[in-house]
Design a binder for this molecule. Structure first.
Ligand code: SF4
Ligand code: SF4
Length: 392
């Protein structure tokens, strides 16, 4: 939710400065500075809104360093809407004129452009020129080896005799390009359970990255396109919790759910799941834990796999540092937080790691590759789909 200046001040006044959120804030834990804590940022945002402090580079630095992980919201006894405060401050005070965002905008808005780019990347990777691409731009290191791009049908009907309903599937600008296997696995599992899957062709990016950069005009445009594309009578399922959180916050009239949470409402009595005698560690994305509050559904879903041991990754309450464009714009803090995750992965000798957000997955994959760690990094739906016969 984006607020007016008056509403921002009223919401900030609801913070009683108790400090209970401080130990939960990853940036405060790293810098130890009050200005990098939720309480400190709320004071700063209010002071700038009231013209008590100037909107200068120091203010921008402390707001930019916030991950929008919203761990502070989960800890706050007064339910201060920190997400709305920081979204509003970014829109009103710290909007970025980023070349990167200008270039990315058409790809976020028009899926056919992302599709064309995906084909290009795929062809480059097939031609083994990926190393050249990585040398040309550091962001290319985040691009995983991708599968052949997919042309999505409007409807994937179930062939199950007992239909359990119908849903819309959200593709996302990054997921459909870089993680089509997760979307295909979602369709497979939903169809197997008796659920029809609709994929509205006119859907677009969720707008979260534009909002994070303070470009409310662009994020609202994307939300309006999505609002028109999706049928309100069906739940919108997301397989990337970053998108799910953005849509749930800003399209409350649509029933937006993480795919794992929806699957926990289905009847599983007719499906066969083969055993997997492995330890599966789970990384909780902040957007799933603190915004959609659906992280427990992932554990319940994976526990359906006979013999699998499902274990939370140590330090799960702290953000991995991916946080949308944060991994590119705040690379120093992003790396410090990533290192904590990599240390937890090494300490537990993780071989399979499940994460429900493409942003976390890209960030973790980069860190794993840099440290030559061999870990199967998969969306939970890919893991269970494989045990149900999906050919990943
Ligand atoms: S959103 Fe995350 S990084 Fe930002 S203040 Fe809250 S806990 Fe700290
Ligand atoms: S926990 Fe809530 S009320 Fe307490 S300092 Fe943090 S934001 Fe303010």
């Amino acid at each position: 939710m984006t607020l007016s200046i008056k509403e921002l001040i009223v919401e900030a006044d609801r913070c009683v400065a108790c400090g209970l959120c401080l130990p939960h804030c990853p940036t405060y834990r790293k810098t130890g500075s009050e200005a990098d804590s939720p309480r400190g940022r709320i004071q700063l945002m209010r002071a700038v809104a009231q013209d008590i402090l100037p909107n200068n580079a120091r203010f921008n630095h402390h707001i930019d360093l916030c991950l929008s992980c919203r761990s502070c919201e989960s800890a706050c006894p007064n339910n201060v809407n920190y997400g709305a405060l920081v979204d509003t401050s970014r829109a009103l005070f710290t909007q970025k004129k980023s070349v990167w965002l200008m270039l990315a905008k058409p790809f976020m808005r028009y899926r056919y452009l992302t599709q064309a780019l995906t084909w290009l990347i795929w062809l480059i990777q097939q031609g083994r020129c990926a190393d050249l691409l990585k040398r040309l731009h550091p962001a290319a290191k985040l691009i995983p080896v991708i599968n052949k791009p997919t042309t999505w049908e409007n409807l994937y009907p179930t062939s199950h005799p007992n239909k359990q309903g119908a849903v819309s599937l959200f593709l996302g600008c990054t997921s459909h390009a870089l993680d089509s296997e997760t979307l295909k696995a979602s369709i497979y599992v939903l169809n197997k359970l008796g659920v029809d899957v609709h994929i509205p062709a006119a859907q677009t990016c969720c707008g979260s990255i534009a909002r994070q950069m303070g470009d409310t005009k662009e994020s609202n445009k994307l939300l309006a396109l999505n609002q028109r594309s999706f049928d309100q009578t069906m739940p919108i399922l997301t397989a990337a919790s970053g998108c799910g959180a953005g849509l749930a916050d800003y399209l409350p009239q649509h029933k937006v759910q993480d795919v794992s949470a929806f699957l926990m409402t289905c009847d599983w009595s007719t499906v066969t799941i083969t055993a997997l005698n492995q330890r599966i560690f789970v990384q909780d994305p902040c957007t799933l834990r603190n915004v959609q509050k659906s992280h427990t559904a992932v554990y319940m879903l994976l526990q359906k796999i006979p013999h699998a041991e499902i274990i939370p990754l140590a330090g799960n309450s702290q953000c991995c540092g991916g946080a949308g464009a944060y991994m590119l714009t705040q690379s120093n803090m992003a790396k410090q937080l990533l290192d904590d995750k990599l240390n937890a992965i090494k300490a537990s000798q993780v071989a399979i790691l499940a994460t429900s957000n493409i942003g976390c997955s890209l960030h973790l994959a980069k860190g794993l590759a840099e440290q030559n760690l061999t870990v199967s990094l998969l969306h939970p739906i890919q893991i269970i789909a494989k045990q149900m016969g999906f050919d990943v």
